[in-house]
Design a protein. Structure first.
Length: 161
């Protein structure tokens, strides 16, 4: 499946950051050929081999191991996960805020006709004084590639069951 860039949906919890001055937002989608729900998507996303690499880096920085049990707890409704806190959540979407309050990560599922599910992953990098920090600006191209890869891998993991 191909992950493609799409506008942040108007009803997305992430949409509150779209119009903020200097803030960067993105959103990617992939169509999953089966029905799925947010807890399964969260689990698939945060247990892909690629995100496991990020978990290793974060564990070294936080000096705290990030486990599959923590992923399961997030999928089941926990408000904390590693370096993130749940900012908003409903049946079909979750918005996470990092501990530095500089980034947001958003996951959503949207069932479609015919048993297909639209999977969405979006991010926000928040501006300081109306501008993104230099490191954030230069990381955007790599982030775009990484975001699409994470979404594709999560969809593939869901397909495999």
């Amino acid at each position: 499946m191909i992950a493609r860039a799409v506008p942040v949906p108007r009803d997305a919890q992430l949409s509150r950051y779209v119009a903020q001055e200097g803030c960067y937002t993105d959103c990617y989608e992939v169509m999953h050929p089966l029905q799925t729900d947010l807890p399964r998507f969260i689990t698939a996303f945060y247990t892909t081999w690629l995100f496991r690499l990020e978990r290793s880096v974060l564990a070294a920085l936080l000096r705290h191991r990030i486990t599959d049990a923590q992923v399961a707890a997030l999928a089941d409704g926990s408000t904390q996960f590693a370096a993130w806190e749940v900012e908003a959540r409903d049946q079909g979407q979750i918005l996470l805020r990092d501990i530095s309050d500089q980034t947001r990560s958003w996951l959503a599922v949207a069932p479609k006709e015919g048993g297909v599910t639209r999977l969405l992953f979006g991010s926000a990098l928040l501006a300081r004084n109306g501008r993104l920090p230099p490191l954030a600006r230069v990381s955007i191209p790599a982030h775009r590639v990484y975001a699409k890869a994470l979404l594709r891998l999560a969809e593939r993991k869901l397909r495999r069951g």
